[in-house]
Design a protein around this ligand. Structure first.
Ligand SMILES: Cc1cc2nc3c(=O)[nH]c(=O)nc-3n(C[C@H](O)[C@H](O)[C@H](O)COP(=O)(O)OP(=O)(O)OC[C@H]3O[C@@H](n4cnc5c(N)ncnc54)[C@H](O)[C@@H]3O)c2cc1C
Length: 487
């Protein structure tokens, strides 16, 4: 088995494993999958090295910020797929859904007291860094967090990249080196020692591990004390659906990706972001499948195009365009969250953006809406209302309309700071891919991050890039979209 590269490993407790303990513990937080997962691979590596079995603990926390029945359903569907995959291997899966707040913290303490090594996920945003740091207090053996976020390791960049162009250059110059160490497709196939359930018999009898053969998800969710105003999305979570979505995209939308990705009525983008966010599918797997489809290999790369949006990959225009989103833009967001502690604060905007926003903060607004009016799609703008309805009811918005959606919130909120807080609230509360490094990329982009000053200077926006619903209506055929999501 390939070893997980050092640039993916951070030891939060850099001590020797406690070899008298019974098993290796992989605590799942964000990389909720069994394939192309460096964190799981590292846990397998330790288990084989120490000749121990592997326990995979996957707790679903009840009241994390913005927690709702929408996300719970999506995550439970993902856990069911993991359960099925792990049941065919030598590891033991321990899926656990809290019914009272913080219960899983006690379970983690108990399980880690029996572990020779604890491995978990290194995710740079939301409450995860604080939670993994806090766990140092209860884990008394070797404890590592592992980066399986993308193709580029998140912890080795020496500076913050403030423009996509600069990050693209960095990626082009280094990616081939990073691709030398790719994650195993199925690390669990390499696990040597079978888990004997007797090892945790005492724990099992006290804690309600989910048994997916008898688990009734609907009943469970109805009885849970959780926000039910954010309704379940029709989009089903889990690896199987993610893979189906990927296959569908590669057979259909991908062929027009470069030209039609921005068209809201076309089905040309992958719609994989909820699955990427939940960790149900790895960006590596998507990368590998596109390469197979296009017969692309590293020999195609054209170094003369370093830093350019088109040409470096030496592939079709669809490949160039798709990888620019999946790799450049997606991973830029992860790097910003690692290199900038205030990534989710107004103060993190570029100086020029703060200056121009403040100069126009008191400009008169033709329309001012409250957060609740925005939640309910109660504005005068039918395109915006439709986009918000899609977000509220289904948990997604098409990328182009998402940009417009954010720009209009800037225009209609009482001031830019409130606009930012409304955007984060709506995006994180309703979007299946929300609470992600790219939630902050997108929201902050609408206020100037990664962008430049634009002219002419306008009211409210100042020099921030401007978008209008009128132009959007002229540019795209929105009839079908408005019929579906309009009032
Ligand atoms: C206001 C606003 C809020 C946003 N909030 C989120 C969010 O909460 N979570 C999120 O993942 N993305 C967010 N984005 C970025 C982008 O809208 C989504 O990633 C994209 O629409 C997802 O659709 P897709 O999977 O069909 O993308 P595709 O076009 O198929 O792209 C493939 C993958 O590349 C990544 N990607 C694509 N576009 C971008 C982008 N502009 N920036 C960063 N990564 C990108 C995503 O992981 C995506 O799944 C936001 C953008 C804006 C303007």
């Amino acid at each position: 088995m390939n070893l997980v590269p050092d640039n993916r490993i951070t030891a939060l407790k850099d001590i020797e494993p406690d070899i008298d303990k019974e098993f290796v513990l992989y605590w799942v937080i964000n990389f909720k999958r069994t394939s192309y997962n460096f964190a799981l691979q590292r846990a397998v590596e330790w288990a084989n090295k120490l000749n121990k079995p592997l326990l995979i603990f996957d707790p679903l926390i009840l009241d994390y910020p913005m927690s709702s029945v929408r996300f719970h359903k999506f995550f439970l569907e993902g856990m069911k797929d993991i359960d099925e995959n792990i049941s065919k291997t030598k590891a033991l899966y321990y899926p656990y859904a809290e019914e009272t707040p913080n219960a899983s913290e006690d379970l983690l303490t108990i399980l880690s007291s029996k572990a020779a090594v604890v491995v978990t996920d290194d995710y740079p945003t939301y409450f995860v860094p604080q939670m993994t740091a806090k766990a140092k207090g209860v884990i008394n053996t070797r404890y590592e967090i592992i980066d399986a976020n993308g193709l580029i390791p998140i912890r080795i960049a020496e500076k913050e990249y403030v423009r996509a162009h600069d990050f693209r250059r960095y990626m082009h110059k280094n990616l081939l080196d990073f691709l030398v160490d790719v994650p195993e497709e199925n690390p669990l196939n390499k696990l040597e020692v079978e888990f004997d359930e007797k090892l945790i018999k005492d724990i099992d009898s006290k804690w309600n591990k989910i048994n997916f053969n008898t688990f009734n998800q609907e009943d469970f969710l109805i009885n849970l004390d959780i926000d039910k105003t954010v309704k379940e999305s029709p989009i089903i979570g889990g690896y199987k659906k993610a893979k189906e979505r990927l296959d569908y995209f590669l057979e259909n939308g991908y062929n027009d990706y470069a030209t039609l990705r921005s068209h809201p009525s076309e089905d040309a983008s992958s719609q994989l972001s909820p699955y990427l966010h939940a960790g149900h599918i790895s960006p590596y797997e998507i990368f590998v499948k596109v390469n197979e489809l296009e017969s692309w290999s590293m020999e195609n790369v054209n170094p003369a195009f370093v830093g350019r949006r088109q040409g470096w990959w030496g592939g079709s225009e669809n490949l160039e365009s798709f990888f620019d989103e999946l790799i450049t833009w997606r991973e830029l967001g992860y790097h910003t969250c690692v290199t900038r502690a205030n990534y989710d604060q107004y103060s993190s905007l570029p100086e020029w953006a703060i200056k121009t926003l403040e100069e126009h903060a008191n400009d008169p607004r033709e329309y001012v809406y409250s957060l609740q009016q925005l939640v309910n799609s109660e504005t005068h703008d039918e395109i915006w209302n439709a986009a918000q309805t899609q977000l509220r009811e289904e948990g997604i918005i098409h990328n182009y309309l998402r940009m417009l959606w954010a720009k209009k919130i800037l225009e209609w909120a009482p001031n830019p700071k409130l606009a930012l807080s409304y955007m984060i609230d709506l995006n994180d509360r309703f979007a299946l891919d929300g609470r992600d490094p790219n939630s902050y990329s997108g929201v902050f982009w609408s206020l100037g991050r990664y962008d430049r000053a634009w002219g002419p200077e306008r009211k409210i926006y100042g020099k921030i890039r401007y978008m209008t619903s009128e132009n959007t209506a002229k540019k795209f055929k929105l009839g079908g979209y408005l019929e579906k999501y309009g009032s």
